[in-house]
Design a protein around this ligand. Structure first.
Ligand code: 87F
Length: 474
């Protein structure tokens, strides 16, 4: 993330503010994850691995090169994606007999392998996951974390005997994703099902988690697909059942990516830089000794070290910033930019009163705490910051969600502040398309539990069964 500071106000130029905060552009469409952002990814991995392993999933690794013939098996599903595939055509100077795709997703290579692994009902279910990099040759504008030509993700792939089991898997994973996004990243999400035109072409149906960004655009945070038997048919994935007969399997796939880090920056960041929710912050506390005047500095440093040790003992990751070459003010600025949740200041006045000063990153408020209460105060403040970030984000989501009952209000709402616009829709893809062409908004999701409405479709005025969520999106 940026070393130079934030020069633009978040509320004045959101897009430039974002680039300022994450600034990072070695080659077009790719990015470096420096220690701090990579640590957030590691935290997401840690949390998600724990969840899926406890429900019987196992991590695996498949090759990143996929023979062209594998992708071609699947023409229907991949047609629309072909322009985004990057190819390896040469080994040294020699032209390859068959060119190799750099994985844009791993369905084809994994599912041709499943066909060999699976023989009988005893081999099922299979529940695997891989953490890897993905390459998609974006032609649209790229943006750090949100749309890059190479990114990191996890992709889960499961195989089941029954449709019910696959259904359950899709929703269980959706729920685990929600937990990570809301309880760890402190980003509220809406859960729902994609319309037929927005779903993954290879899927029976696609479920999604969508968040709202401060500029009024929605961001897809993750997806979980029920693939039905679509891939089983193409890749001949069959098992002999207890009935001795051959059956096609039922499958799911699901993914979240380093895009989540971009969402975190956008949702919580402010004019001073990043604000990292405590539960995903690699450094939770920074101690800055205030030692302007010579003389009282050694006692302050000693006290700072004492506190550092205390926090370390409690497994609260802390940095003691006792660098002599920078002023306290400079350090404050730097740690604020990096988003460390709590700063402890210890100056002569604090020492004298046997206290420390705590500065919380989310509200920038300061408070005095008695020296002996340090650990308890920090522990509860970390919880409080986590809760407060989520609460504020929920309030902003609410502010940016409105219900309209006609097309003119729909357009006005989009123009004024964007956000999620709830409206009745007849279910016809012609209306969906027309709205997209005329306003740039797509249906982000149909709520998991139908929200009934007595209104008619905002586009064609025909009967409508349900309310759906529209938005412009990243
Ligand atoms: C780009 C190029 C080639 C998305 C692509 O969502 C293929 C694809 O299949 C492609 N972009 N997709 C859909 C990915 C589906 C699915 N895969 C597993 C996920 C989650 C993880």
């Amino acid at each position: 993330m940026s070393d130079t500071g934030v020069t633009v106000k978040k509320s004045e130029n959101f897009s430039e503010w974002y680039v300022d905060v994450v600034l990072n552009a070695p080659i077009k469409g790719c990015m470096i994850f420096k220690a701090q952002s990579y640590a957030i990814w590691e935290k997401i991995q840690e949390v998600f691995n724990k969840k899926i392993k406890s429900t019987g999933h196992q991590n695996v690794y498949f090759p990143m090169f996929i023979p062209e013939s594998f992708l071609k098996k699947e023409v229907e599903h991949f047609e629309g994606f072909v322009p985004e595939v990057a190819w390896v055509t040469h080994g040294g100077d020699t032209i390859l007999e068959e060119k190799l795709a750099i994985r844009p997703t791993s369905e084809t290579i994994i599912y041709s392998t499943f066909a060999k692994w699976i023989r009988s009902w005893r081999d099922l279910p299979i529940k695997i996951n891989q953490w890897c990099n993905i390459v998609r040759w974006e032609t649209k504008a790229t943006k750090p974390f949100l749309r890059t030509r190479e990114f990191l993700w996890q992709e889960g792939h499961t195989v089941h005997k029954t449709s019910e089991e696959a259904n359950k898997e899709v929703l269980d994973i959706l729920d685990e994703y929600r937990d990570i996004m809301e309880q760890y990243l402190a980003i509220p999400v809406l859960l729902g099902v994609k319309t037929d035109s927005e779903k993954f072409a290879g899927a029976l149906y696609t479920t999604t988690l969508e968040a709202m960004m401060p500029d009024g655009k929605a961001l897809q945070m993750g997806t979980s697909h029920n693939l039905g038997q679509n891939f089983a048919k193409v890749f001949n994935i069959e098992y002999i059942g207890e009935d001795k007969k051959s059956h096609l399997v039922w499958q799911t796939s699901w993914g979240i990516s380093t895009r989540l880090i971009g969402a975190l920056v956008m949702v919580h960041g402010d004019n001073k830089g990043l604000v990292i929710p405590p539960k995903v912050a690699s450094t939770k506390v920074v101690i800055v000794p205030i030692t302007y005047k010579k003389g009282d500095s050694s006692a302050i440093i000693q006290k700072s070290k004492e506190i550092f040790k205390k926090l370390k003992k409690q497994n609260i990751t802390t940095i003691l910033d006792d660098r002599k070459e920078y002023t306290p003010g400079w350090k404050f600025h730097e740690w604020e930019l990096k988003g460390v949740p709590i700063r402890i200041e210890i100056g002569p006045r604090d020492l004298q009163k046997n206290q420390i000063t705590l500065a919380r990153r989310d509200t920038l408020q300061k408070s005095d705490v008695k020296m002996e209460d340090t650990v308890a105060a920090i522990t509860s403040l970390l919880d409080d910051i986590q809760d407060n970030l989520f609460k504020k984000a929920k309030e902003r989501l609410k502010e940016k969600t409105i219900l309209v009952d006609n097309y003119s209000d729909f357009r006005d709402a989009l123009k004024e502040k964007g956000g999620f616009i709830k409206a009745a829709w007849c279910g016809n893809s012609d209306c969906e398309k027309r709205i997209k062409v005329e306003t740039g908004a797509t249906i982000r999701l149909k709520p998991l539990t139908k929200e009934l409405s007595s209104n008619n479709c905002i586009c064609c005025n025909e009967n409508s069964e349900e309310i759906v969520y529209f938005a412009r999106s990243y």
